[in-house]
Structures are given as C-alpha cells and as structure tokens.
Design a protein around this ligand. Structure first.
Ligand code: ZN
Ligand code: ZN
Length: 348
C-alpha cells in the first residue's frame, strides 16, 4: 500500500512530504488510517540525531490514533472502522519472560520501535505517525475507549504511559505524596494522573511562572527549587519524585525532598546526568531510578483509566505542514502542553 508521510532526510533538513510503501498485510496485521499524531520531544531528538542512532529518511511519530481500514486473516480483536491507537512499540520477540509478563518494553531482544527500527521480518526501517497510514501487528494495537476524545488521546500513547507506569510501579494512590519536576508534555500528564490516582501532588519548578498552570492542572502545591528555605521545609516529604526534565541536569538538590526509602525516577532525560552527590541518598536510603514507557497491557489499562477518570492532556492542534514551526517552538518549550497533528488530506 502506497502512503505518504513527513520525513527528515538528514539531521539538518526540515521535514517534508515523502511517499513510501506500507508493508503488505500479514495474517496478524492491522492497517490503520492515521487521524491524529502527537508530537513528542523524542521525535525532535531523533530527527536531529541527538542520540546518534537515527536512520534517514526518518518519519517520526509514536503517539498515534486512527481508524482500522483493513485487517489480516488472523485478526479477530479489531474490525474495520474501530478507533485504535499505537504507541512507541510495534513488535517484540513475544517469547521472552518480559514479553510473557506483558512488559514488552524490556524484551530481551529489544522491542521494535514505531519508527527508526528494523522490522523483525524484512529489516525495513519502521516509519511512524507523521503519515497517513501505518500497518502494525495486532498485539501492539490498542483499543480507544469510546468516551475518549480522539485528538486528545494521542499524547497518552507516549507522555501518558511514560508517566502512568512509574506512578503504578511505585504504588501511588490515596495518601501518597508525589512531586513532579518539569511541567512540559510529560510533567503535565504526571500531575493529572497522580491527582486522579488520589495522591497529594507538588510541582517543583525553577520559577513562579508555571504556578497558576500547575494549580489549574490539579496540583496541590508548588515548590520553587531556587528557594532554599522552601526546599529545606519540604525535605523528607515525598514518596516519589517524577523527574521529567528533558535535558542534562543536576538531581542532587531534589534528593533530600524524598522520605527514607523514597525514589526519584527519571523519565525525561536520556543520557549522562550532572555529577551526583551521594550524601542525601546514603543518609536516607533513597534511590534514583528510571522508567521507560510501559507494556501493552499497562498502556491499555492507562487508556481505560483515563477514560474512566476523564484525564485528558492539554493539547494544541496543528496541521502536518506546520510541523517544522512546531519543532522550533518545542525546542524552546513554547507549547501548552502537547502538539497534536490533525491529519488532513490537504496537508500531503
Ligand atoms: Zn515519546
Ligand atoms: Zn521479548
């Protein structure tokens, strides 16, 4: 099947339309017409080859919502017309213990990423959601609950699950005290999800500027990391800190905020941190951890949770042809809080 998407040809070239072939349907495949695609910071990192592993031409996008247009002979879970979603993974070995446990993100063979990854059968490089169509094996297709707004569902597939999974892993619920560092695409979802789980939520930020937004999103408190007095008063309070900062930074000032045995989990930055002082970790048996997206079963659980609790991201709709300007704005954090591309035939 011929389709068309927006591709980068090099680390310095803007995204522009490119025709390509979707693979022919295998027996367990679902063909999807993409309706909405979220714009994740990793898309920008990948297009610019910030992590050194980008294969060009690159069609990014791993927050995909669409409509089923065709299914393979062995697909019984989905039918033509269903609203479905695809996140950051499109395949895995399906036989290792992590895959069996529903944590395909830890597949011992490595999961196949929605874009920029070799297909397990053909070795063709996968292409993501900045396109009109995608073909995905049924095990990696998610069902969109009826009560969810389709456009706003897109960011849940990466930003949503990336913050939902650590909240669940560290058993956040009523009575938990959670801090969220950074209020971008990930951070604003961490706030909304933790609030919906019943936690007391504090946003930690460098300045006052995001205070009103944080409280409007449901946060209970706001802490300025440059204010030493407030930081000292807040010491030892938190069960979990979700650190969504996407760039290299120093986590040491945040560690004393944790209770004994508390955990700071990194979900934003991929790469070296600034040098860490071990003293507040040792003195409080505190941990620094990391977390990456979530398994398919947990992603479906998250979508169902968001439908039940009506947790929805704050989005700004854009057209596919405006993606390069959106990337420029994303680079300077000028977005409240996630761009979503509404796919229109006229954009291609
Ligand atoms: Zn992402
Ligand atoms: Zn596996």
């Amino acid at each position: 099947m011929k389709t068309i998407g927006y591709a980068a040809e090099s680390a310095t070239s803007p995204l522009k339309p490119m025709e390509f072939d979707c693979r022919s349907l295998r027996h367990d495949d679902v063909a999807i017409e993409i309706l909405y695609s979220g714009v994740c910071h990793s898309d920008l990192h990948t297009v610019k080859n910030d992590w050194g592993w980008t294969i060009y031409p690159n069609v990014p996008g791993h927050e995909i919502v669409g409509r089923v247009i065709e299914v393979g002979s062995a697909v019984h879970q989905y039918k033509v017309g269903d609203h479905v979603a695809v996140g950051c993974m499109v395949d895995s070995c399906q036989s290792c213990h992590h895959c069996h446990d529903g944590e395909e993100q830890f597949c011992v063979e490595g999961f196949t990423q929605t874009y920029n990854s070799p297909d397990r059968h053909t070795q063709d490089i996968t292409k993501g959601g900045y396109a009109k169509h995608i073909v995905v094996r049924q095990e990696f297709v998610l069902s969109v609950p009826q009560s969810l707004d389709l456009a706003k569902t897109a960011p849940l597939l990466c930003a949503g699950i990336t913050t939902y999974s650590p909240l669940r892993s560290w058993n956040v619920g009523p009575g938990s005290k959670v801090a969220v560092i950074g209020m971008g695409g990930l951070g604003h979802m961490a706030v909304k999800l933790a609030v919906a789980m019943g936690a007391h939520v504090t946003v930690v930020s460098r300045s006052h500027s995001k205070k009103d937004d944080a409280l409007n999103l449901g946060a209970d408190a706001f802490l300025i990391s440059q204010d030493n007095d407030s930081m000292e008063k807040a010491a030892g309070q938190f069960d979990l800190i979700v650190d969504t900062v996407p760039v290299k930074h120093d986590v040491t000032p945040y560690i004393p905020l944790l209770k004994v045995d508390g955990t700071l989990t990194l979900v934003g930055q991929v790469g070296p941190l600034a040098e860490i002082n071990s003293v507040p970790m040792i003195l409080g048996r505190r941990r620094i951890a990391g977390s990456i997206i979530g398994g398919i079963a947990e992603t479906q659980e998250m979508l169902d949770f968001c439908a039940r609790m009506q947790v929805m991201p704050e989005v700004e709709m854009i057209k596919m042809q405006d993606i390069n300007q959106a990337f420029e704005r994303l680079e300077r954090s000028d977005v409240h809080y996630r761009f979503v591309v509404g796919m229109q035939a006229s954009d291609f």
